[in-house]
Design a protein around this ligand. Sequence first.
Ligand SMILES: C[S@@+](CC[C@H](N)C(=O)[O-])C[C@H]1O[C@@H](n2cnc3c(N)ncnc32)[C@H](O)[C@@H]1O
Length: 285
Amino acid sequence: MNFETTMKPNEPSRTALVPARQRAAHQLLDHGAILYDPFAIKILREDEREVLQFARAHPLASIGRLFTAARSRIAEDALSAALQRGIRQIVILGAGLDTFALRNPHGACEIRIYEVDHPATQAWKRERLAEAELALPPGLVFVPVDFERDDLGEMLLAAGFQPNSPAFFTWLGVVPFLTEEAIAGALDYVASIHDSEVVFDYMEPPQAFSEELRQIEKARAEQLEKMGEGSATRFEPAGMAGMLRSRGLRDIEDISFHEIRSRFGGDIQGLPPGHAGLHVVHARH
Ligand SMILES: C[S@@+](CC[C@H](N)C(=O)[O-])C[C@H]1O[C@@H](n2cnc3c(N)ncnc32)[C@H](O)[C@@H]1O
């Protein structure tokens, strides 16, 4: 499939608010049991903070809350292990309102964090960080990149990234919004960095979702399409594994929603039944 770029060039991603609100709701409802994030609420504007009403009105939203918290937790646990092994470069691809850089518990390790995002979303995030008087930590570098148009490697290099040193990449909640070409381009780059690691998530085709969730996912995709942020690309697990292996990525761990529910589901209040075709992947070069 070949879709035109899925974001409007001068507008921030409205989808970035969805996981940000889920992380905020996770603090309030689940006490941050999976992902403790004291900045999750602060990074929202006043009028975006009615996350509890939303969560109560839409009980199935807790499935999204589980997945969003769990994918960050999986990424951040893997990141801690990578830092212990000596990695000092972190690249957060499609960072949205992610707050890892603000919470970074490894500050003393002198790591560099490159937050890569669509230029309009990144400018919008920087505005709200300033409004909330959240100071930017040393070692944080913003790199505006449109994955559909720009050369990720060139932009990172210009920002000071060292392509000859290992790096840890996270890429959460982004793949379903990109074209296959942009996904392949970013994976090519990640795989070109020796000793690199990546954690990202992807979605299976609708048949992999249980009936109620499939309807919700369909409605969400239609709404995004109307907003000009089409949700385009789905993968079968075997196809994803092939894409990674063909690029020399190894030690591929593909964590299904079923595993995520059994590992973390007990930490989410009022989690209803239902299966989502969502996966988190951790792969190494
Ligand atoms: C659903 S949000 C996820 C944000 C964040 N990773 C999180 O988990 O909260 C999707 C992110 O992908 C980014 N994105 C979508 N299309 C993009 C593109 N063509 N180039 C760069 N970033 C893009 C958006 O700007 C947004 O930050």
